[in-house]
Design a protein around this ligand. Structure first.
Ligand code: 9UX
Length: 69
């Protein structure tokens, strides 16, 4: 399993974190997701055979947020 930490801009409340969490969990290969709207950090554990950092960033961006790293 691979791990990535994304820094996300624009999360204003816990609902934002929830919608990002759902979007990531719908992505094939994502095993574990933890999103904190206060720090703006998303921690994702994923199967690198099924997805990758770029794809995960795109999922967050498609949900309407900016990824800073
Ligand atoms: Mo909270 Mo986020 O009302 O899109 S859910 S700001």
């Amino acid at each position: 399993m691979a791990k990535i930490e994304l820094k996300i801009a624009g999360m204003t409340c816990g609902g934002c974190a929830k919608s990002i969490t759902s979007a990531l969990q719908n992505c094939a290969g994502v095993e574990q997701v933890k999103v904190d709207h206060v720090s703006g950090i998303a921690q994702i554990v994923f199967d690198s055979a099924q997805t990758n950092a770029q794809e995960l960033k795109t999922v967050v961006e498609d949900a309407g947020f900016d990824v800073l790293n």
